[in-house]
Design a protein around this ligand. Sequence first.
Ligand code: SAT
Ligand code: MN
Length: 595
Amino acid sequence: MATAPRALTPLSQLAKPVADWVANVASLTKPDRIHWCDGSHGEIRELRSELIASGELHALEQKNFPGCDLYRSHPGDVARVEKVTFICTTKQDDAGPNNLWMSPADGHARMRELFSGCMKGRTLYVVPYCMGPIDSPLARCGVEITDSAYVVLNMAIMTRMGRPALERIASGDTFVRGLHSIGELDPNRRFIMHYPEDLAIESFGSGYGGNALLGKKCHALRIASWQARQEGWLAEHMLIVGLENPAGEQHYIAAAFPSACGKTNLAMLIPPDSLKGWKVTTVGDDIAWLHPGADGRLWAINPEAGYFGVVPGTNPSTNRNAYDMIRRDTLFTNVAVTADNQPWWEGLDSGAPVTDWQGRPYDPKNGPSAHPNSRFTVAATQNPSYSPHAEDPQGVPISAIVFGGRRRSVAPLVYEARDFNHGVLLGAGMASEQTAAAEGKVGIVRRDPMAMKPFCGYNFADYWAHWLDIGARLARPPRIYHVNWFRRDAQGKFLWPGFGDNLRVLAWMLERSAGRGGATETAIGNLPRASDLNLAGLDIAPDALAALLAIDNAEWRKEAAEIRAYLGEFGSRLPAALVHELAALEARLALRAWS
Ligand code: SAT
Ligand code: MN
């Protein structure tokens, strides 16, 4: 006789520590209903229909954009807010000058007041999720409690969300507790608090991106960086891209750039026609968890399952893969709409907006039709270049680490660190022009070490020491590079074409790793000569190339002085080896004059 299938344990009874926490939160926030998310297709379909019926979500034209919706966030809630993002550690020094700090007691007291009764009339969603492949020992779980169904829809795409994650927690995995409420979306009652010592997050008053999708920056970077330091790995703001050269050699590169500096485009790069035989695959576009492997190499997983990418500028010539991938089952946030009810954004060469990102009739006087930080949320599996190794439980081995900023001057197209410790200085000394991904004035150059300024959950001085420790543990450390795709000429024009042509720079790095690529030694590191780069089929003026590969000694002395001043903020906590690297750079700059 066939046995009846065993009924599944209700989610609410699967993991007692989660159930107890949910009960506590419910008694504080007083929701009308509690919904445990199982992550099933049916659940997502239902949530979507509910949001469309209530007008919170706008279904786009379904013939050409099947499964695509538009969400308009509150106009005052369109980016991460760093000025209300806090790290709450017992000792202030553990958070460091790179973070805003509050004591855990003060943080909890302030948030308790905000959360009190905040879910009256609303549904409390329990969102169990796993960051990283569900069967990976390197993955980590979390549970987000939220009163935003939009957040649930995003988390369902961005993470492994639902029953399997809760089962992993039930089997004894630790989990990060993230409590989120959109509150009243009042910017004056908005806080994003992190308690790394307790693996907890509390976020109130925003429904947008990194403020609200707690698995992303809050968990996978701020809390995970703290965990990683304790456990001997690194949680980094890096894409992971696979490159196969024409000889069939497979390499992976991890690259850190600040938000909205092209990580998604680089991760999904399409080789230019003139570079025959190269294959590029995407492992991740925003976050990498890097672990020293038994073989002395660094291994990386992408903790995320989807992309939360910047929309404007996406078109068939900048990023064909992304352009194709977001034509179905994509959740758009803050884009414009055409007369045919299709999504529209600046950078498309056909169609025209009739409704702007705020839902108003489009008027160029109001600025761009799509918000500069408008986003797509889409499953990574929809990416045509998704790597067949993206879900390998042990990750992929990293041959090179790249740091990059958006600098109109100073930083050349590419240079290579002399060794791992020097590479840590390259990362620590990074600077970039501010973008629309966070509140603040766009274009101002700020120090953004390892592209982690907004995301490192502890004192940068300790973080750099941790990087140096990891390097010392690697028998086969990756080479480290710095790139700048954004250098401009005196007229403000970009000197380098970027996008697919960036492969020329990555290819040089891999040649260097293989011991083949040529370079010239300079005070700041090793630079390719024009003849060391594969420039076949590239139309670039010799002057532009020379400018891209030039180093101005006086400018660099100034840069080194700025790095010294910045690192000085970390005082005696700075690791000696980093101070030594800086002094060595200054000495090399003093010794040689290029200008
Ligand atoms: O809003 S997010 O933090 O998710 C996007 C970004 O700034 O990188
Ligand atoms: Mn990012």
